[in-house]
Design a binder for this molecule. Sequence first.
Ligand SMILES: NC(=O)c1ccc[n+]([C@@H]2O[C@H](COP(=O)([O-])OP(=O)(O)OC[C@H]3O[C@@H](n4cnc5c(N)ncnc54)[C@H](OP(=O)(O)O)[C@@H]3O)[C@@H](O)[C@H]2O)c1
Length: 316
Amino acid sequence: MKKVSAIIIHEHGAAEKVARNKRVELAPPGPGEVRVLMLLAPIHPADINVLEGKYPVRPALPGVPGVEGVGVIEKTGQRVLLPYRFGSWREAGNAKEADLIAVPDGISDEQAAMLRINPATAFLMLRNFVKLEPGEWVVQNLASSAVGRCVIRIARHFGWRTVNVVRRAEIAEELKAEGADAVIVEGGDIAAATNGAPIRLALNAVGGDSAVRLGSVLAPGGTIVTYGAMARQPLRIPNGLLIFQDTAWRGFWVTRWYERATAAERAAVFAELFELVKNGVVSTPVEAVYPLEEISTALEHAQRSGRGGKVLLRGA
Ligand SMILES: NC(=O)c1ccc[n+]([C@@H]2O[C@H](COP(=O)([O-])OP(=O)(O)OC[C@H]3O[C@@H](n4cnc5c(N)ncnc54)[C@H](OP(=O)(O)O)[C@@H]3O)[C@@H](O)[C@H]2O)c1
């Protein structure tokens, strides 16, 4: 049996302490399976939550983390997106051929490795909750994140304007260069940023008071979608936002979307996402790439504040 490198966790805890690079045996592919060599896989906040044991879906212990990535089918050389439960932080693995999404030419390994989760989340949240008219405003927090930047870029592409809440003022010019219409520091005046124009969609990945500030500027009947909880603070929704403003507080989890979508719906979304990457609308910055052997440093880096982009792991 072939031996390959893989990041294994035997227990949950501080990410950089529980993740270990090991040599593991890789069985030959089973029926309907192919061997896939991992090229690049990102370290996402969800991965950190998996290592800490705080994510609702995680590998059984001992297990291999990694929610997404790009690989290549060993036999054919075809580049593919790795499936959700593959455990992408490994040099190679076996996957059901039917679960693999072929990556078209014209898309870099880096962008392919980060496509299935964040750009899809931004795209689906902008499209599936409120039917926005051209020129309408969307407000979001966590705007400096990879999802936040995708929201900025995809919204601009479709003709919607964004007001972006950040916790670091120094990121404002960078986000404006990506297409942000307005950038304000947490606690600033969101309504002034849009000149009082109605806002019908808010995207929240911080939680706590930040989420309430977004919900408070929504037009009556507007929708706030919570998809992350980086501040790890619960939502305390003032009653008036429900009684008098009739705001809708919704949630989004891309994993559930993938589970519920038909094959045709998934294919249609991937076709649009691949196009958005090809024409440069979606482009997620990368700050560093580490080999699997440097997993502890990579994890420590991925958790630093003020990163300029994603931290990726290199496989093959
Ligand atoms: N529900 C879903 O399906 C889904 C899908 C994808 C992602 N997500 C969630 O979306 C969020 C962003 O993911 P990502 O991959 O885009 O993240 P990312 O690129 O790794 O960026 C993380 C961001 O979090 C910010 N941050 C960290 N702690 C914070 C805090 N306490 N308050 C405010 N900001 C904080 C950092 O801001 P600085 O730049 O200021 O350091 C950084 O910009 C995560 O919560 C992730 O779990 C959810």
